[in-house]
Design a protein around this ligand. Sequence first.
Ligand code: CMC
Length: 435
Amino acid sequence: MEQTAKLIVDGKTYELPIVVGTEGERGIDISRLRQETGLITLDPGYANTGSCKSGITFMDGEKGILRYRGIPIEQLAEHSTFTETAYLLLNGELPTREQLTNFSILLNDHSLVHEDMREFFENFPRRAHPMGILSSMVNALRAFYPQLPESSEDENVNVMSTRLLSKVRTMAAMSYKISKGHKVVYPRHDLTYAANFLNMMFDSPVLPYRIDEVLVEGLNVFWILHADHEQNCSTAAVRLVGSARVNLYAAISSGISALWGPLHGGANQAVVEMLKEIQANNGDVKPFIKRAKDKKDPFRLMGFGHRVYKTYDPRARIMKKVCDKVLNRLKQKDELLDIAGKLEEIALKDPYFIDHNLYPNVDFYTGIFLQALGIPINMFTVMFAIGRLPGWISQWRESIDDPQWKLHRPRQIYTGSKERDYVPMKDRNSSKGKP
Ligand code: CMC
């Protein structure tokens, strides 16, 4: 029997259908609300708004659950590779051996970047942020590969998806090499996706890069953990921009821009900067905890809190183990990891953090891992972006196939001036005028 919710407005009762998801989560379908009642809902930040139905990723923020296509993140992190997980997200099922081989061949085939694009890279100011460069370059792909799919069934959708997955990784490494004024290293057919990336970043004519399987495994896990996260800010941006039926490159470019923000993907960089600040402050975490709790201070403990997780982020738990393993392998002791541990210990016992349900999120440990790999700090968010690509592309593909597809166009409650007349310049009182 269909469940409904009752809404009473001005004495009149409206019945609104309740939609139930496969994991039992429930939402009130208000798609006919305005038509029937003349009212809209107001939900700043969309914290209570479901923008779509999706069969890709399930998360339960209260229980700390994350699953891609039904498979728990813990199992994927333990057994899968990033390439296999990307296939799963894009196609809905784990690949057979043959399907995975074909997918890897396709990724290799599309790994090179058009040589003319190098000029673009070289003309960005040396200090330009790599996320700005990446978002512009992804948008520019449209000009280099103008053939767009006619429909979602078109084989070109697969080609565009693999092109993005493969080329964004190459472009990220390329921008790093160019920013250093070093020779660009090309992708190699004989290397796996993650090993290829590390080689393109760190191989040099004077010092060949030695690929270490523990680092490759760590990078695979890092990217798997970032591969999708249902309707987060950047994915919502991809869906919103994509809803105007713009091409995939432009939609992904907007996702990259959204991810850049320090409250979203930029947090991994912000965490390491914060930990370094604590280090410079003799490793004393208490003043930082105090500042984070002070309502008059805009400072926040970076890497803590999440819009959906109200418990420990399952990705943070996995990432912490990866950090330990990689640092052990490199025989490194990172003082920042100790500071992070101290911060976590104190914050988790503090009533402010307990009452606000603030726990470490994935970004709390990823910066330390990326630093151990040798990734420069301004490339951290680019690493997140490479990982999030399969999610963005899968969500875009799902949205263009959605029978309930609609142009995203939220409404508002207007709070500005009532209607008033235009005042000619000569009659305006400058002392009253604002700017
Ligand atoms: N440090 C101190 N206080 C915090 C923090 C924090 N990191 N996060 C939230 N709060 C407080 C906030 O001050 C507010 O307090 P009050 O209700 O007393 O005014 C309350 O918690 C709710 O905050 P909010 O900003 O309304 O909550 P939100 O759900 O919009 O915030 C968040 C989610 C991730 C933006 C926020 O927790 C934050 O800014 N965290 C730090 C940045 C960060 O680590 N971002 C990475 C997110 S995980 C990666 C990803 O998936 O993008």
